[in-house]
Design a protein around this ligand. Structure first.
Ligand code: PEP
Ligand code: MG
Length: 539
């Protein structure tokens, strides 16, 4: 038996076979070929396939996000036909008699080096494009689309997992996530909690590939994993798992009960979700509504922009499933650790403070309008509210409202129904938003405090960096003062305020939040009943 320790980011016990996650982009190996002619033919076929994909992406983007968003695919098509690039690949194949993938890899490295060393910023950025088309070309050599497929429920082990990788997996086949690296506040950890899947991060390099296929027990509470466990450990953890199931069953008795303290103070308890798939957990745990749908996970789950129709279908389904309960949908909050290839976001020095979230939406208006149209259309089918991430100014809210008016106008012309009284809110997750919360409160119907980012930006501690975890304090007095200030400014202006960051689920803080006057707490679905229990025990 091998025991490894890391940090549990979602409690629970999982027992099953470990499987290592294999990234799609396999390393390129070099091998000699008998016929250079044959390799050149392979190159031609791969190029045709990649060109077709780019043309399809161009057309889709043109229809969905307009010319500016589609231009990148046109540029990639042109690069794919670039004579210098192609001649270099062909030359390597012919002179060295090696496989075409290798020739693409070497050419890519060479061109990336040239572009990266240029003074002109625009030319420097072309290095990323060269990488992109080369990766596409290499993938095109492989039969089919490839991808990582799980055939049975497993404990998924990985170096680290990006949110885009996590959301694309078949959740019904994942018993647990265990990673060598990772950070407690990352979106992968948040996703594990949302899905209520036991997860441990930071197990280090001792998590060996050779454990692939071995029986493993994951204890998300203690942060330990047991590979090929002894009989008595296996039995102990099976008992712990059974006890946990009994405790969960007891919590279910709180279904249908009110979230009121002993002294009669009521607070709404809502759930945070990332997709329509999470609705089952929301209903099972009897959340009073959805306090945060991280809509960007819908985008992360795709290889191209989700269409208005697709989004409308998802939002409508969620609104209808919640049968009149509030469903707060946050508009696209992409960027930082949530990267999607097809957005072609530039590499940045400080992505957490970079081109992300509402900044992308206000710059690439067509992407934003597509989402808003889908949201407004879906609002006719339930109690949808919309909120906006990363707000720092009143001007941004004014600009958003202008765009909303355009969207409403377009729907009116087409005679499409929507909720005229749809509530609009902003996330309070930057210190700037807190400091002007008195002004913002005059513009919107509610606030939702994002303590994850608010902690990061207020204390200047990167939430993604595992080395900084001991400095990351959502309980910092500066944060608590900011929460109080936000609540006071909201109430002075007659609007309600909730917390949707991970701190909302910290049961040691529940009483403090109630005293502050917070109106709503939104937590992972698996935490809803736990929080209800704590509220009911408060004086
Ligand atoms: C937050 O920042 O607290 C939040 C709820 O949003 P996210 O974790 O998705 O950044
Ligand atoms: Mg945030």
């Amino acid at each position: 038996m091998v025991i490894l320790s890391g940090k549990g980011v979602c409690g629970g016990i999982a027992i099953g076979k470990m499987q290592f996650y294999k990234k799609e982009s396999a390393a390129i190996t070099r091998y000699k070929v008998d016929s250079a002619e044959q390799e050149l033919k392979r190159l031609e076929l791969a190029k045709e396939k990649a060109a077709k994909q780019l043309q399809a992406l161009y057309e889709k983007a043109l229809a969905e996000v307009g010319e500016s968003g589609a231009m990148i695919f046109e540029a990639h098509q042109m690069m794919l036909e670039d004579e210098d690039y192609l001649d270099s690949i062909k030359n390597i194949i012919s002179t060295q008699k090696v496989n075409a993938e290798y020739a693409v890899g070497v050419t890519c490295d060479h061109f990336v080096q040239i572009f990266s060393s240029m003074d002109d910023d625009y030319m420097k950025e072309r290095a990323a494009d060269i990488k992109d088309i080369s990766e596409r070309l290499v993938k095109a050599f492989q039969e089919g689309e490839g991808g990582f497929v799980l055939t049975e429920p497993v404990i998924l082990a990985a170096e680290d997992l990006a949110p885009s990788e996590t959301v694309q997996m078949d959740k019904s086949k994942i018993l647990s996530f265990v990673t060598r690296q990772g950070s407690v506040n990352s979106h992968t950890a948040i996703l594990a909690r949302t899905m209520n899947i036991p997860a441990i991060i930071g197990l280090g390099q001792e998590l060996l590939m050779e454990y692939d296929g071995k029986l493993t027990v994951v204890d998300g509470y203690s942060g330990q994993i047991y590979i090929e466990p002894d009989e008595d450990i296996l039995q102990k953890l099976q008992e712990k798992k059974a006890k946990e199931e009994v405790r969960r069953a007891l919590l279910l008795e709180l279904k249908g009960k009110d979230n009121v303290t002993k002294s009669g103070k009521r607070v709404e308890v809502y759930a945070n979700i990332g997709s329509a798939e999470d609705i089952g957990e929301v209903l099972k745990n009897d959340a009073g509504g959805i306090g945060l749908l991280r809509s960007e996970f819908i985008y992360l789950n795709k290889n191209t922009f989700p269409t208005e129709e697709e989004q409308f279908g998802i939002y409508k389904y969620i609104a209808e499933s919640m049968a009149g309960k509030k469903v707060i949908i946050r508009t696209l909050d992409i960027g930082a650790d949530k990267q999607v290839e097809y957005f072609n976001l530039p590499k940045e020095e400080n992505p957490a403070m970079g081109y992300r979230a509402i900044r992308i939406c206000l710059t690439q208006k067509e992407i934003f309008k597509t989402q808003l149209r889908a949201l407004y259309r879906a609002s006719a089918y339930g109690n949808i509210a919309i909120m906006f991430p990363m707000i720092i100014s009143v001007e941004e809210v004014e600009e958003i409202k202008e765009i909303i008016e355009e969207v409403k106008g377009e729907l009116d012309v087409l005679g499409i129904a929507y909720n005229q009284g749809l509530e609009l809110g902003v996330m309070i997750e930057t210190p700037a938003a807190v400091m002007i919360s008195d002004l913002l409160a005059k513009e919107v119907d509610f606030f939702s405090i994002g303590t994850n980012d608010l902690t990061q930006y207020t204390t200047a501690v990167d939430r993604q960096n595992p080395k900084l975890e001991r400095f990351y304090h959502p309980h910092h007095p500066a944060i608590l003062r900011m929460l109080q200030m936000t609540v006071d400014n909201a109430h002075k202006n007659g609007i309600w305020v909730g917390i949707c960051g991970e701190l909302a689920a910290d049961l040691s803080m529940t009483e403090t939040f109630l005293k502050m006057g917070v109106d709503e707490l939104s937590v992972a679905p698996g935490m809803v009943l736990e929080l209800r229990k704590t509220i009911r025990e408060c004086d």
